[in-house]
Ligand binder design. Structure first.
Ligand code: PHE
Length: 377
């Protein structure tokens, strides 16, 4: 477990300054946990950048009711066991008031019971598995969920791609991957499609030729790969080597600049669903992209946008409580309505989820995404 710090020296100074104020109870402590290293490192790094933008903006503008926000971030390397360790530490040792995280559903599922037990409000920017928030009145998310995402992908496969026969490629270690494939199957079959073959792997695997050879023999119209970007990119590369021309589709887990770095030209022409599109001409979105690019020298991916929105929703609720935390803050969060984020308008429903549109993006060989369509819930 490692406390994660941006490398710039001035940030350490800023943290030190905030640390002094902490003694005056004049600070709101925000804990963050994420995968800053490992095969899903871009998830954690992008999310952190989005969150940090909001925290810095708020602090520069004088804080909330005079209180500064202190961000305490830990890297759990993408491991659920480590997520348990760092979230316990955030609560017991750092005494955070609010927790932001995680991206991956398996890590949010590992941490959520701890946040709930200690009544520390937790906001997941982008975990989409339905179980994350279920039965936990202190656990929220600002993204859509996988029953919706699975439906969007199944309809797209059936109605837009006219696919009848589908293959599933599932990471059995990931709650997200298993759930998304399940929800896809339900709608795809209800629309008259057929799941001809299901193949499994475990996150971290690097060789998918066996699964791909089995899939190749079945003559399918589409392959749903419900994993994360590293394995997705490796699979596409190996599929190309095996002469497989079938189109791949997948969920938000594909979203990373690494998809193209690892997959090269093999990623061209495949489709995935996501939370936002850089082509969205809404000035709010374009302004966010411009500011993010100026700070980090790259185009923000969906994770950065979701991190930004999670932090914005937190700040909005804090403003409504005048900087008070605890149960009052939990209630304010639950009352979030029509909040204009960069990933859409966010209303927290009675199950602490957000109902928002998804976008379908077509991956290009140069690593950019082409906007295909927006699908409303
Ligand atoms: N939705 C994924 C999960 O729940 C995480 C993710 C979100 C990955 C957005 C990429 C982009 O596991």
């Amino acid at each position: 477990m490692k406390r994660f710090n941006s490398s710039l020296a001035f940030l350490f100074l800023a943290l030190a300054a905030v640390g002094c104020k902490q003694k005056n109870q004049n600070v709101i402590r925000v804990g963050e946990f994420g995968s800053m290293t490992g095969t899903e490192a871009t998830f954690g790094i992008s999310t952190h950048r989005g969150i940090k933008m909001v925290i810095d903006d708020v602090n520069k503008a004088g804080g909330i009711n005079g209180k500064q926000l202190e961000l305490i971030s830990y890297d759990e390397g993408g491991k659920p066991e480590e997520a348990v360790t760092v979230v316990t530490k955030l609560i017991a040792q750092d005494k955070v008031d609010i927790i932001l995280g995680e991206v991956a559903s398996s890590r949010s599922l590992a941490a959520a019971p701890i946040a709930q037990r200690n009544k520390v409000p937790m906001i997941s920017p982008s975990s989409t598995n339905p179980k994350v928030t279920e039965g936990r009145d202190y656990v929220f998310r600002v993204c859509f969920t996988d029953p919706f995402q699975g439906k969007v992908l199944a309809r797209f496969a059936r109605e837009d791609l006219k696919a009848k026969r589908a293959a599933l490629l599932i990471d059995k270690k990931s709650d997200y991957s298993v759930g998304l494939a399940d929800f896809f199957r339900k709608t795809f079959e209800s629309l008259g499609g057929e799941i001809v073959i299901e193949q499994n792997y475990a996150g971290g695997d690097m060789d998918f030729k066996g699964q791909l050879t089995s899939i190749k023999s079945k003559n399918v119209d589409v392959i749903l790969h419900s994993g994360y970007y590293t394995e997705v990119a490796l699979t596409m590369k190996q599929a190309k080597d095996l002469g497989i021309k079938t189109v791949f589709i997948g969920g938000d887990g594909w979203d990373s600049p690494k998809l193209s770095e690892i997959g090269g030209k093999a990623i061209d022409g495949h489709y995935f669903s996501n939370h936002y599109s850089v082509d969205d001409q809404d000035p709010r979105v374009q302004d966010f992209i411009k500011r993010y690019k100026a700070l980090y020298k790259e185009v923000p991916d969906g994770l950065a946008a979701m991190g930004y929105d999670a932090a914005l929703v937190m700040v909005d609720a804090l403003k409504r409580t005048n900087g008070q935390v605890g149960p009052v803050f939990r209630d304010a969060l639950a009352a979030t309505k029509n909040f204009p984020g960069v990933t859409g308008v966010i209303t927290i429903d009675e199950n602490r989820n957000a109902s928002k549109p998804a976008v379908i993006l077509k991956v290009q060989g140069d690593g950019s995404y082409k906007f295909v369509k927006r699908v409303n819930p």
